[in-house]
Design a protein around this ligand. Structure first.
Ligand code: SAM
Ligand code: SF4
Length: 327
């Protein structure tokens, strides 16, 4: 079991399998993209398999595959097939923009992978284009509905963007009337590769909640796991649910159980902190599993208490883009 220096169990790995992406969401990176890692600096599929196996043997029971866009990574299914065979891994989930997922949907289901988060910030095609700078709305919509129809446990992640999509918040909630889906509203964070900076947020989780409550005064709160970053709600009688993620307000850090490994092997113990170490070299030097694990243990033993403390310590953290951190 992995326990950090604040007595929190760390059992959830977010593994970014690439920093590349086929979209250019304006809250995530500039139009021209970011300085992506050299190919040689990305962990190979074999290195990711080995690392995952080591971590699962040491208490990680949940892995989320993220990126960049996970399905832009060549041979991603090879990694997913491997993970699905690890007995002690209780949950595999994926966060995707759903543009490239179609050819893999059946196999994902067969592998027992059920938890898919689809990022979608607009229900209007033109709006989608303005936000993502790409013309993929119809593809994403089709794939999203296919995933729901096939019985995946689908959550839609919607970043609330002042001046861009707040007028669609209610429409997003309405998706949960007939859809077996959970729509989660995320606060925007300043991880956009230097696109824009901000220190205050007009549309924080409280304002998003008030906005929704004004339209649906009878909403009910649902129970969530202790380590959940989201608070969940439901309009009584509706099929799905919706949630709020205070990713900028950071009210959930006290129960954080997450460890992040970026596509180039950085170990990140808090979203708002600089990488503690990098595992690529020791993975390539063919060091023993216990030595690799020791590096992770050192990182976990030196975690900050919360994201606010991390921000104070981390120089130029907001120049990063979420495509390299993995969300
Ligand atoms: N490309 C995949 C996708 O978009 O789902 C996975 C990677 S993406 C970096 C992971 C999540 O981070 C997405 O839900 C995305 O909306 C969110 N994200 C990216 N930049 C963000 C930001 N600046 N603030 C809040 N969330 C952000
Ligand atoms: Fe790509 Fe996801 Fe970033 Fe959008 S949020 S640019 S889909 S990595």
């Amino acid at each position: 079991m992995l326990i950090d220096n604040h007595n929190r169990e760390v059992n959830y790995l977010r593994l970014a399998v690439t920093d590349r992406c086929n979209l250019r969401c304006n809250y995530c990176m500039p139009a021209e993209g970011i300085q992506f890692s050299e190919n040689d600096n990305l962990l190979t599929i074999e290195e990711m398999k080995r690392l995952a196996q080591i971590l699962v043997s040491n208490g990680v029971s949940k892995i989320r595959i993220t990126g960049g866009e996970p399905f832009a990574r060549k041979n991603i299914m090879e990694l997913l097939r491997f993970l699905s065979e690890l007995d002690d891994l209780k949950s595999i989930s994926i966060t995707t923009n759903a543009t490239l997922i179609k050819p893999y949907i059946n196999e994902l289901y067969e592998l027992g992978i059920r938890h898919i988060n689809v990022s979608l910030d607009a229900l209007d095609e033109d709006r989608f284009f303005k936000i993502t700078r790409r013309n993929s709305f119809q593809i994403v919509k089709r794939n999203l509905f296919t995933l729901i129809e096939k019985g995946f446990n689908v959550r839609v992640n919607c970043v609330v963007l002042e001046g861009q999509n707040v007028d669609e918040i209610i429409s997003f909630v309405k998706l949960t009337e007939h859809g077996n889906v959970c729509v989660r509203f995320l606060e925007e964070m300043p991880f956009n590769g230097g696109n824009k900076t901000f220190t205050k947020l007009k549309w924080d989780y409280k304002r998003i909640f008030q906005h929704i409550e004004t339209e649906f005064p009878l909403i009910k709160q649902l129970p969530v796991e202790r380590s959940s970053t989201a608070s969940l709600y439901k309009v009584p009688g509706w099929k799905g649910s919706f949630g709020l993620i205070p990713s900028f307000s950071r009210t959930f850090c006290g129960t954080c159980n997450r460890l992040r490994v970026s596509a180039n092997g950085d170990v990140i113990t808090c979203l708002y902190a600089n990488a503690y170490t990098n595992l690529r070299t020791i993975l390539r030097e063919n060091k023993s599993d216990s030595l690799i694990m020791q590096s992770v243990l050192d990182a976990v033993a030196n975690r900050v208490a919360n994201g606010h403390e991390a921000e104070l310590r981390s120089k130029s953290i907001f120049k990063n883009s979420m495509t390299s951190i993995g969300g």
